[in-house]
Design a protein. Sequence first.
Length: 664
Amino acid sequence: MRTVQGDRRVLRSSRHGSGGRSAWSRWGCAGGLLGGLFGAVPAAAQSLPERLQDLSLEELSNIEITSVSKRGERLSDAPTSVFVITAADIRRAGATSLPEALRLAPNLQVAQVSGRSYAISARGFNGSSANKLLVLIDGRSVYSPLFSGVFWDVQDPMLEDIERIEVISGPGGTLWGVNAVNGVINIITHSAAKTQGALLAAGAGNREARVALRQGGRLGESGSYRVYASQRDTRHTETDSGAAADDAARNTQLGFRADWDGARDRVMLKGDAYSGVRGQPAPGSIVTGARIELGDISLSGANLFGLWERRLGDGAAFTLQAYYDYTRRVTRPTFSDFQGIADLQAQYAPAPIGAHRLVGGFEYRHGSDRLSNSTYIAFLPERLRQRWISVFAQDEIGLRDDLDLTLGARVERNDYTGNEFLPNARLAWRWAPNQLLWAAAARTVRAPSRLDHDTFVPGQAPFLLRGGPDVKSEVAKDFELGYRGRVAEGVSLSATAFHTDYDDLRTQEVVTSVPYIYFANNMKGRTSGLEMWSSVQPLPGWRLHGGFSRLLMKLERKPGSNDVSAPLAAQGASPGRWWSLRSAHDLTPQSDLDVIVRYVSKLASPEVPAYTALDLRYAWRPMPGTELSVAGQNLLDGSHGEFTSRTTRSEFKPALFVKVECRF
């Protein structure tokens, strides 16, 4: 069988900047620019994020979060399984991309599929097209109605601008809607007021290179702004045989944010635009006769987001937000997707009424989708307009000073299955200071997507796959019991036990008399598990973080189903257990040493061996506002794979990344 892969790789090397002299010479020029800046940084340069001594474990537990109840509350008071990744965590881990930063959350499963492709989920059902996790960036949902999942290769916020990432494992449908089945990831960036002055960050290594520029300033007496631009080049990875995986990538992104904060009103306006291209590894290729034809994936998009908050006094507030998000994805030679999403949300939280703290709102979402089909696959109809309309309300009831009951529900309507009811109930008991015990029950659903309903293979009749004209929503009923608190001086602990019953999970049924395949909902099952993490601070300048997760899955076909592969594939794609240990040590006032060890057990289908990875980072600050760092990843073994079959998966070898960051 003859392939065109070899000839195309030379072209890609030039196009992506993945290995040629021109790509790396650009980073050399950036390094020269930084060298010139070192001597010019003023004495009033911005300081880098705080050291360990500047924020105790108790202060960390008092971080205000918003994802659990859609209003500000202390992390220690939140009755759910939520882990917060701080800006300092991201910096000290040496993360170079958003998915790498998400590895810090012990309640997430993060597996790298190829150079820019990741499988990310919570509580099972992982995959490169995982569809039960809702992801937001500053309140803007980035899940795609094409398949109810996230294209991680285009989620590239400037990491230096992230204030925190709130990771909720478990259902969030009442407040966030359908698709928040197994978790919610809310990425929250700094206000423009906190990113004043200029920042230049540049780094390069044997796997990737990145440069980012940002400038912030004032807008009158109450306003601030920032603008930024970044570029990331990723080199191709290799398979187990040593062949290039053909997954090199380049992404360029720019954007802005402006904030105005007055006595009663807060206004925020932000936008981003990006353009990129990445290679398509073998699993995404199309076999045609005697050869494999590979095509690049071309990516571009833009979004504009606005928010207005009016503080009404006595804790009452009204919030109105709207955004428009346009994405373009050209996946040669299979299909192209051009999608526009308009979203409007309003929320009102009145002043507390006796023992009641209410919040309610509505959301209207409109999607316009245009597909360019091919002979291999088709989405019919090619053009589709969809609407999602929902209303929600939630009440936090103070039963006693130490006992709170939360009751809430959302009704959401979609074009495929009509109205969906998403209720939840939570009970929180604070029996002692810094001690919280909570229990919760919820029902949520994953609504069908175009992939479920409108997919036809091949792209022209007669069809082998005829979509799912009668596909239903996947239903999850979740039960949790959790604890969060300080178990000793300088020791915090969070633990959650959960059990979830699933019904109407998607299957591929075969009609043998024709024959053809169609999507149905003939699988059910359950998951159970434990998530826990702890932080210990034995010394003011030394902090340890540990996390552990255990997952048990049991899925089965319903009577009459002939899809024998669905239970095995869904169960086999998630590890049964994983753990991590992080050590953050301030060696001196000017230097840090960070060590991360993480373990992931084997995957069953397709089989992926267990692996243990070691990451190290050393940072040195020679002067205020300047930091030099060197980070190493996967330092324990020669290479390891993390997802999909051995013949096609990427094998990740030790990687080195050197970075310089200047704030002035």
